[in-house]
Design a protein around this ligand. Structure first.
Ligand code: ADP
Length: 158
């Protein structure tokens, strides 16, 4: 079975993330969304909350699981038997950092490959940090995140 992981902070999950996860699930037999426990940035939601929000959004997709992880992404990938690491690419600003991480991951684990999926046009400028900023300022993020994520953001930020 060809398994892939889709790692990230997902603080919180957006429709851009969901688009990548669902498309990856059409390419691989199973996708494990890997929610990074301790990224080097301030988080709004706990690891459990970030996992739950992602799980609820994909409850009807059979071949996607959501799990927390900590430590090196390549170690987590190996621990679940993954062959590939999926990442989403937005505008050109993602490229340098993603390329750097992909080369380092290959250096650490030559048996794993990174697969990049280009974002869909409507999600090009969508990021978790922008969503948080907009909700905090009272804006409506309908259509950019699932309804339960919008509610959680409004409760936390207003
Ligand atoms: P990070 O993993 O850097 O903490 P995120 O958790 O926001 O960042 O994103 C996880 C993955 O999803 C990354 O590969 C990121 O480029 C991708 N991603 C984020 N937002 C979008 C989007 N709107 N469209 C496509 N991919 C995205």
């Amino acid at each position: 079975m060809t398994l892939a992981i889709y790692p990230g902070s997902f603080d919180p999950v957006t429709n851009g993330h969901l688009d990548i996860a669902i498309r990856a699930a059409q390419l691989f037999e199973k996708v494990v969304v890997a929610v990074y426990d301790a990224p080097p940035k301030r988080l709004l939601f706990t690891t459990e909350e970030r996992c739950q929000m992602f799980r609820r959004a994909l409850a009807d997709v059979g071949n996607i699981a959501v799990e927390p992880y900590t430590g090196l992404t390549v170690h987590f990938a190996r621990s679940v038997g993954a062959r590939a690491i999926v990442r989403g690419l937005r505008a050109s600003q993602d490229f340098e950092r993603e390329f750097e991480m992909a080369l380092m991951n290959r250096q650490l684990a030559a048996d794993l490959d990174q697969v990049f999926l280009a974002t869909s046009l409507g999600f090009q400028f969508l990021s978790s940090s922008l969503i948080k900023e907009v909700v905090q300022l009272g804006g409506d993020v309908n259509g950019l995140v699932p309804a339960h994520v919008k509610e959680a953001l409004e409760q936390r930020l207003r």
